[in-house]
Ligand binder design. Sequence first.
Ligand code: TIU
Length: 228
Amino acid sequence: MSEVQLCAEPAPLAFSPARAALVLIDMQRDFLEPGGFGETLGNDVSLLQAAVEPCQRALAAARAAGMLVIHTREGHRPDLSDAPPAKVARGAPSRRIGDPGPMGRILIRGEPGHDIVEALYPARGEPVIDKPGKGAFHQTDLMQMLRNRGIDTLFVCGVTTEVCVHTTIREGNDRGFRCVALGDACASYFPEFHRVGLDMIKAQGGIFGWVSDAAAFSGALDAAAQAA
Ligand code: TIU
């Protein structure tokens, strides 16, 4: 498939699917389901459900186009050796990182709550990046993976808009990638932060990147496939 024309803000964007990746950020049970990390922080986790169907749509389109699909998960080693004490000790959650909960230990790799929700489960061969921080580039091999594939454009979905999605887009932008948030495929525990978070990306002529949506992304890929 040659160049795809995408409706986006603040301006349309042309991209090559062979040089683009769809990055799904932290669509984990720990953030989306009751009893996980998100709920321990006092959040209404049902707010994040809005992103699931748009993520499915974007995922199906990327898979059909043969695009690179990368999933990320935020979490820590069982011995917490990679968890900064400042992160573990912060706030007054009902359960801290590493404490036992109904989906296993909170935000710990290998526990049921750390895994990706069923509706968006990675297909065989799709890389899953386990990250200890908010950004997907920090202390991971994401940069190497993208460089090896000649990727120049990232389509970013997932949760939460103003935390891990934003941090990843900021990291990616500084590393020279064109980063596009698929807005409806992102969600936050704070609808206001979601809205303003997307506005921040596309302000000032696209200071961190672009904002589009799952329907525009899948429609653009479909149109390019039909034309080919
Ligand atoms: N709490 C919150 O909004 N987010 C996180 O802690 N991690 C992610 O955004 N994945």
